[in-house]
Design a binder for this molecule. Structure first.
Ligand SMILES: *Cc1c(COP(=O)(O)O)cnc(C)c1O
Length: 429
């Protein structure tokens, strides 16, 4: 049977995938190992639902980990992508589609005067870090424990214990010399931040942060903390990079830079900016971005960069988001979900359309790590995940991954999730 034929069992597909792909998947989280499961195989998707190879419909609360703020296969994005397809899909020349997308963003977000498109969030971060090093002539980088910035070597670093310390790699294959240039500090800890700049400030090319950390639970930071980081970067001549790959165009059109009023020197985007097609971007003031090739000495390039399909799908997506109507609709849905969860006596962390089920009440001083999450819910999460999957609901496949709502979700979908959580909760007691 062809792997794409409907009716093929996930068991068969997974066995075949294991033979030709490490772990059977092309990104580790898809193996569902954190919830003790085995992958199902999505054949197609529309709106808020996935359809798997066995013909089962799943109400999706993961939404491809963030890009699909409009839902799967949104008709206007699909139309833009089909038009683009008819015009050919890779030119290797200058083209007007990335120009339109860059102008659209830059006209609305003044801190993104000059934009370069790449193919993923990882690539955007990697390029922004090289640019920061090239501009400052410094080599060290500051990141925060629990923040994920893609899988470039310099970012696969966790915190040592205690105060700011240089990193130990999370992954084999990261040279110790690379790890040694990444300083890791805890989130939500102004004293540690000050200590870190006192020790490393003159060597720091950049500090990079998810201004809304959303890759190890959801850990909204106090504005004072982000403000202090801004001040310390300015004082020490280090560039501040906001990694808005998740938060950009998600918490509002202007992401966290607009929500907090804090201006980064460079910003990275991914996920929503390509409407679900492979895109990343990084941006900043014209004089900083001018240090990139072909104008400047910092090299950065890409055969498939600014892919016209992705550019046109991205523009269609951002055009639909611009008015703010969808953000208000998502806030209403998010509030409804939060109320349903609280009614069960559970807490969830939530910002707009982002939610983290095992997240405890967001109290200042508890946002340094995901350690404050509901330990009971977190421990029981694999069972909860599998129970809801059996009920036709796909939750994020790890207690540390957050959930995503989209414009395709309805109040009835939220209630459906609420009812399923209530049933699971009743069973647990
Ligand atoms: C997803 C993510 C990345 C990596 O993007 P990819 O497209 O997966 O390479 C980087 N930073 C943040 C904050 C992300 O959420």
């Amino acid at each position: 049977m062809a792997a794409m034929d409907p009716g093929t069992s996930a068991e068969e597909l997974f066995a075949r995938a294991l033979a030709v792909t490490p772990g059977g998947v092309h990104s580790p989280v898809r193996a569902l190992a954190a919830v003790g499961g085995r992958p199902f195989f999505t054949r197609r998707a529309a709106g808020a639902c996935l359809e798997d190879s066995e013909g089962r419909r799943l109400l999706d609360f993961c939404m491809a980990f963030g890009p699909l703020i409009l839902g799967h296969a949104h008709p206007q994005v699909a139309a833009a992508a089909s038009c683009a397809l008819a015009d050919g899909w890779s030119y290797g020349t200058a083209e007007p589609y990335s120009l339109e997308l860059a102008e659209f963003i830059s006209a609305r977000l003044p801190w993104a005067e000059s934009i370069r498109f790449v193919n993923s969030g990882t690539e955007a971060v990697m390029s922004a870090l090289r640019l920061a090093r090239g501009i400052t002539g410094r080599e060290r980088l500051l990141k925060f424990s629990g923040c994920y910035h893609g899988h470039a070597d310099a970012m696969l670093i966790r915190a040592g214990s205690g105060l700011a310390t240089t990193g130990i790699a999370d992954s084999a294959g990261v040279p110790a010399a690379v790890a040694a240039d990444t300083v890791v500090a805890p989130l939500d800890d102004v004293a540690a931040l000050e200590d870190c700049f006192a020790r490393h400030g003159p060597q720091l090319a950049a500090a990079i942060i998810e201004p809304l950390p959303a890759n190890h639970g959801l850990l909204p930071q106090r504005p004072e903390f982000l403000q202090r980081l801004r001040e310390l970067c300015s004082r020490h001549g280090s560039l501040l990079i906001f990694d808005e790959v998740i938060s950009g165009f998600r918490v509002g059109f202007g992401g966290m830079a607009a929500a907090t009023g804090i201006r980064p020197d460079l910003v990275t985007w991914g996920k929503i900016i390509g409407g679900g097609f492979p895109v990343g971007a990084f941006a900043g003031p014209r004089e900083l971005m001018a240090q990139l090739a072909p104008l400047g000495r910092v090299y950065q390039a890409g055969t498939l960069s600014a892919n016209p399909l992705a550019m046109r799908a991205g523009l269609a997506t951002l055009q639909l988001l611009e008015s703010g109507v969808i953000y208000r609709q998502l806030e209403t849905l998010g509030a409804r979900l939060e109320a349903r969860i609280r009614a069960l006596g559970l807490h969830c962390a939530r910002v707009g359309s982002l939610f983290w089920l095992p997240g405890g009440p967001a109290r200042p001083g508890m946002l340094r790590s995901a350690a404050h999450c509901d330990a009971g819910l977190s421990a029981g999460y694999p069972q909860l995940f599998r129970r809801l999957l059996d009920a036709g609901i796909y939750l994020p496949p790890s207690p540390m991954e957050i959930g995503f709502l989209s414009a395709a979700h309805t109040a009835a979908d939220i209630d459906h999730l609420g009812d399923a959580l209530a049933a699971a909760d009743a069973e647990r007691d």
